[in-house]
Design a protein around this ligand. Structure first.
Ligand code: NIG
Length: 385
């Protein structure tokens, strides 16, 4: 691909280590990488150029928590919840039935459509999970489908114990033949550590089995109530503990003195009418946070990172800069991809050309104009869509 100069950038959020936000900037991309970036007046000349006419550029969103491999709808459950019914993990069983009945082709097509929807809103890097198969054949098909669609795959056989199955037998399956079948397609193992799903000791067993199989660790924890998920994540050195709605001071302190990222999922919190995760408290204590959509048919049926970022600013009391960082570089950290030649979530010379332009002069407009589709263009690996 020939080098292309992009000018007319009113504000360029780099998310580099200095957290630079440049005004009147330009950047040059070549072969999927950033060849140069800086002040527009200092830009070297190249063959082709594009004028963005005063738009903001920022790294593409990194959606570090999704469940895109599923079939069926849970709209009726959502409607009942909005009428006052409480969310319970038991609803997962309905999606499991539909997913088992779906062909792999249909699972991939549905996930691809959701990924395209996400990319149209600025998402350039995405994690997704298995977890709606819960038998060896469907978890294995789900992992293969996930590897076709997503950049990072997490194995969530430990989502819930499927109906009709003995608990101990299921744990043996998850940590045995199912793990063996899924591990070649996955980079992480995950577990739902919550009342109605798996307790702390069961979650520990699952994560340690995954570690033995060479997988990184992440955990769903402290979503529906206080519990030991956060403490377990810190103890085992998980890359991320996700949800974190109900945290004691000891949980916050443990996260603040660890490398475990707290991944917060405000779209899910609103859709389940759970209290929003304490983002401000975590940041003030010194913890690292990420923001993600948790796109899934049960608790958070959205692919919109702009919605997540606007909610984090307007309702979770993050600054614009903190929310954008958490939805890009913070999320990249939770996936072990914030540093090195294949880092995502930041714009640096030599790094991947994954970025988005807004139909707005500054990133502040993401929350200043909430609900307005502001994505003007998206570049992934230097290719504009
Ligand atoms: O992250 N918390 C567990 N799993 C998903 C939702 C599962 C469902 O209800 O389908 C989540 O919210």
């Amino acid at each position: 691909m020939p080098a292309e100069l992009i000018t007319g950038i009113s504000e360029l959020t780099t998310n580099d280590d200095e957290r630079r936000r440049l005004t009147d900037a330009a950047l040059i991309i070549e072969d999927g990488r950033i060849l140069w970036l800086g002040s527009a007046v200092a830009a070297p000349a190249v063959d082709t150029s594009t004028d963005l006419d005063g738009r903001a550029i920022l790294p593409g969103w990194v959606d570090s928590h999704t469940h895109l491999i599923f079939a069926g709808s849970r709209a009726a459950e959502f409607e009942a919840r909005m009428a006052g019914q409480q969310y319970a993990a038991a609803g997962i069983g309905q999606t499991v039935t539909a997913t088992r009945a779906a062909t792999t082709v249909d699972l991939v097509a549905n996930a691809r459509a959701l990924r395209a929807e996400a990319q149209a809103q600025g998402t350039t890097f995405l994690e997704t999970k298995t977890g709606y198969g819960l038998d060896v054949a469907t978890e294995s098909r789900s992992a293969q489908a996930a590897a076709e669609v997503a950049d990072v795959v997490s194995y969530l056989g430990a989502h819930v114990v499927p109906q009709g199955m003995d608990r101990r037998n299921y744990l043996d399956l998850v940590t045995g033949p199912m793990l063996t079948a899924v591990a070649p397609y996955a980079q992480y193992i995950d577990a739902f550590c919550e009342q109605g799903a798996f307790d702390v000791e069961e979650s520990r067993e699952v994560l340690l089995a995954g570690r033995n199989a060479g997988l990184g660790l992440r955990l769903h924890g402290n979503q529906l109530g206080f519990g030991g998920g956060v403490q377990l994540s810190v103890e085992l050195g998980c890359a991320s503990v996700d949800h974190c709605n109900h945290l004691t001071d000891a949980d916050v302190d443990a996260l603040a003195s660890s490398d475990t990222v707290a991944t917060l999922l405000p779209a899910c919190d609103l859709s389940t009418r759970e209290p929003l995760a304490p983002a401000r408290r975590l940041l003030d204590a010194g913890a690292s946070i990420a923001l993600a959509t948790n796109c899934n048919p049960g608790t958070s049926y959205t692919t919109s990172m702009p919605y997540v970022v606007a909610t984090a600013v307007l309702q979770m009391h993050l600054s614009i800069e903190e929310a954008v960082w958490a939805a890009t570089r913070g999320a990249a950290k939770s996936l072990g991809r914030d540093k090195g030649p294949d880092a995502v979530g930041s714009l640096t010379i030599g790094g991947r050309a994954d970025f988005q332009a807004l139909n707005a002069p500054t990133v502040a407009h993401l929350a200043y104009r909430p609900g307005v589709p502001l994505t003007a263009a998206v570049w992934r690996g230097g290719v504009r869509s």
